[in-house]
Every structure is written in structure tokens, then in C-alpha cells.
Design a protein around this ligand. Sequence first.
Ligand code: ATP
Ligand code: MG
Length: 320
Amino acid sequence: MCQKAPAPAQTSSPALMHIDDKPLETCRLDFLRAFVYLSEYSNTVRAYDRARLAFLGLSDLSVTISGSFGRHTHDGPLPKMDDQVTNQDNIAVHCRGVTKSYGTGDVRVVALRGVDLDVRAGELLMIVGPSGCGKTTLVSVITAILSQDSGQCNVLGRDLRRMHERERAYFRRMSIGFVFQMFNLLPALTATENVAVPLLINGMSWEDSQSRAAGLLKMLELGVRRDALPAQLSGGEQQRVAIARALVHDPKLVVCDEPTSNLDHTTGRQVLEILKGVAKKADRAVIIVTHDTRILDFADRVARMDDGKIVETVDREQLP
Ligand SMILES: Nc1ncnc2c1ncn2[C@@H]1O[C@H](COP(=O)(O)OP(=O)(O)OP(=O)(O)O)[C@@H](O)[C@H]1O
Ligand SMILES: [Mg+2]
């Protein structure tokens, strides 16, 4: 299936270089599929990389790729993220009047109706509120997964409105860790491989990424399950894999959508200890969306959301 790849005629993306660096007979279709899937999520595959995959004989993938990636083909250097990502005035996230709707006409749903929110650097902020009030939509805007319709949203010193799609993708993969409400683990990859994907996309070697991923899984008490596929893991175990994947590349902003919904009390608190440890660093911040009142005592502040707005933000000491 795998053939000898040609010497690179130009600089390729780091992640594909590392795939090529492996002995080609060990190329794993599953892994490449996963890489392509995640590259679509982060828009990192360029025309040259598509050609390399096609050369590897993965014609089914190349069809998918040319269909999915035509619109994302850009050349030229990416911005250097460390130069740009700063926490201005100790504010990691600054939202004013953010609105977002889904659909149009009769099926239009207004999810955000003018959100004002600040998240300070070094804090763990929890967002609570009834189902459907817009929590997931808000954190999706903050993490540049969705674009707001109007309003200002500055994250780690960057104005999201001024970033084009490729910059947003790069920003997400370098600076953001996201635990999705539905986990979004890649079914064909083991726990360790799932956790390693952000590192591979950011250019780390296969061996280093696997060992770092395995270390984090051990910390989350999943060491013995590191080679299991997501379908072989319980909901709580999958959730911890998703949390490890969000933390593995040491992002400046970690956003977790219901990270403890499948965890028992003790494990939930262990996970919160780890997230709290991340937030304590002065140039980091953690946002947690939750319905779980058992974990509110880990928050520095709690923002209450209702009907598409933040209606109240209170310090932990003010909580009942
Ligand atoms: N892709 C979508 N298309 C259309 N409407 C959507 C979409 N995603 C969310 N909505 C709607 O937007 C509103 C806000 O949804 P959102 O998922 O942000 O709520 P939430 O507060 O996260 O809810 P939950 O606590 O149940 O997860 C809801 O009315 C929801 O039905
Ligand atoms: Mg939600």
C-alpha cells in the first residue's frame, strides 16, 4: 500500500514530514485518516501535502482531501504565534456584545444575544446556566471554532474578527485546548494516539508525542488503558482521554465543555485539581462549562448565563 516517498521538493507541513519519516510500511491508514480529519478541523493541509498523500497510494484519501481542502489552499509562512499571543492587562478573554445565530428565516435561533465576559489570566472561570442558554456556542466563539455575528471578542490578545480562517486554525492548534461536550475522540486511534494528535499536528516526532501522551494518560490514571480504542473505554475514561488531549500541547487557554459529566465524584475532583493547576499559571486561563454543582468550589469565579447572555458573575467566596 505504501510506496517510497520522494525527497521533499519544498518544505512540507511538519506533521506530514513526521509521517513520512516513519518507515513507510508502517504507515497506518487509520492514522492518516485521523490526521486528515483533524487537519480539516484545523485547516493545515496544503496542496503539496495532498500530493504527497496521493503519492503514498492513498487515493481514497486524496479524493476526500481534494474535495474537502480546495478552499483552504494557501501558501506563505504562518504567523509566529508566540509573538502575537499575549494576555493584555491580565485579561485572557474579553467579549463585548457578542451575538450569534444559527439558521435563517423561520428556523433562525438566536443563541447569543450580546455577551459581555472577561476571563482573567491565571483564573479558572466556570460558566453555568440552563440547557440551551448558549454555553457551548459561547465557548465555540471564544475558541475560534465559530465566528460571532457581531460584537468584540479578544482572546489572548488577538481580535478574532481580524483573523482569517487559516490564522484562526493555527491559533486554535497552538494556543487552545478544547474538551468537547461529546468528546470527539477519533474511533480508529488508541487512547495514546488520540492524545498525541495535537502534538503531531504541531510537528512533534511520533516517539516524543507518544511518550508525552502516555505520561499524561498515566497522570489521569489511564496508563493501563493507553492502548485501548475509544469504543473499548467507558464514558468516564473517554472523557479523561479528551481532557488529556486538550492539555497535551500546553495551551494558553483550556476550555472544557462539561468535563465531569461522566466522572464519579472522586475522579471528577482529581480532574479539576489538574485543571486548576493549569489555570494557576499566570499566562494561562481555564474556562469550564458545567452543570455539576459539586465542582463549583474549584472556580475562582462563576459566570451565570441565561437566554444568550451572561447575567451575573460572582467570586467563589460569594457562592452560597
Ligand atoms: N448547529 C446548530 N444549529 C441550530 N441551532 C443550534 C445549533 N447549535 C445550537 N443551537 C441552538 O442554539 C441554542 C444554544 O445552544 P447551545 O448548544 O449553545 O446551548 P448550551 O447552553 O450549551 O446547552 P446544553 O447545556 O444543553 O449543552 C439552543 O437553542 C440550541 O438549540
Ligand atoms: Mg452545551
